[in-house]
Write a protein that binds this ligand. Sequence first.
Ligand SMILES: [Ca+2]
Length: 409
Amino acid sequence: MRNVVKIIVLLLISVSLLSCSGSQYNDQAAASGKGVVAKLVGGEVQVSVASDDQQNPQVMYLSDKGIYFVVWEDWRNRNQSTTDFPADAAKFAGADIWGQFINPDGTSCGTAFAITNKLAGNQTAPSAAYRPGDKILVAWQDASGSATGGYVRYASIISIPLTTSCSTAVPVVSAPVQVGFTHFEQYDPNATTPGTTTFTIVGDGTGGTDVTGGAVLTPYIQPRSITITGTYPAEDTNSLTSGPPTPVNIQDDGLGKLIGSGASGTINYMTGKLDVTLINEVDTGATATFTINYNTLSGTTTQMPETLLSRKSPKANYDAGKDQFSLTWVESRNVNSYASVLCFGVAPFTWVTGDSTFLGYLYLSPSLTPKANPLAIVAPDVMRSERTSTMKLVATSRAATEETYLYDF
Ligand SMILES: [Ca+2]
């Protein structure tokens, strides 16, 4: 593998030369090119000669151990009954995951060993990562899964041999762990808290229709949730003295206006400021108390009921800087991507966009316990457009009556 890399580098140098006109550069490059020509040493190395198919290998070099590790998908036990889990004993084993350590000279270090030995169904397309001095993490695509997890499993290998201990070291493989599932969430438009209060209007008594309240409700108000009821002394037909009480029954129209019978007004959903005008107030002034029923928005999220459909092509990595493993994969769910935000910090708004394929990922500590991702979720997750302002949100802006979100899909 390393030779191949060198050859590729050399070819890149040669290609770049074609566009250079100076002979001096040609001479230098030609000289250095000769000096780094790589040669394949020896013949091919047979890693496995087991029956049936062995495929999708990955090779890695463990520099601190001075040894290579190969992992692959192996079909040698495809028609045997399973053994990893007794409950699946009646099922066929299908493909499994096997590994082999190899010395720098190409000879085997120890024997090939199963990383998963006859789990039910197919375990395929393995990917490995190494934490120096510690362990190898192997992840693979797995036939076993459900609406709430699986389709990717992983296990670790410790007791890694050195070239000098191939005959005695026994690699130890942990039990396979199935990747779980984290639901999407959305800001819940129905998550509200009902409230009831009263307010009193002291009429100005002039003009007959100009009485303004000004009560302030507890924000943030759910549009179309306000109902105001009560009565107030009204003018009689002579417009001077009090007649029968006028009933009030008004509701907000969702756009900030209070409409109905007996009064009118406005509501500011964000501040809770309320203004009510009595349409038939007695000229001598009126004091009346009204009851307001309304809902406040709680701004909480609710879990989506979506299901997991599949996971493919897992990749394992080790980040030395953060001292953590990571797994990534392609995930499919039964819902399309969507974004959910609290516009102006109060109004829940959710819209669907994109498709149903996602990049799944999971961070693991050196002991292979899940670590918190950038959304503080300590579990497998996907790159999502909701519940985040950092992962796919490009920009947001706000005007007096408009808030704009720009997402990358
Ligand atoms: Ca299997």
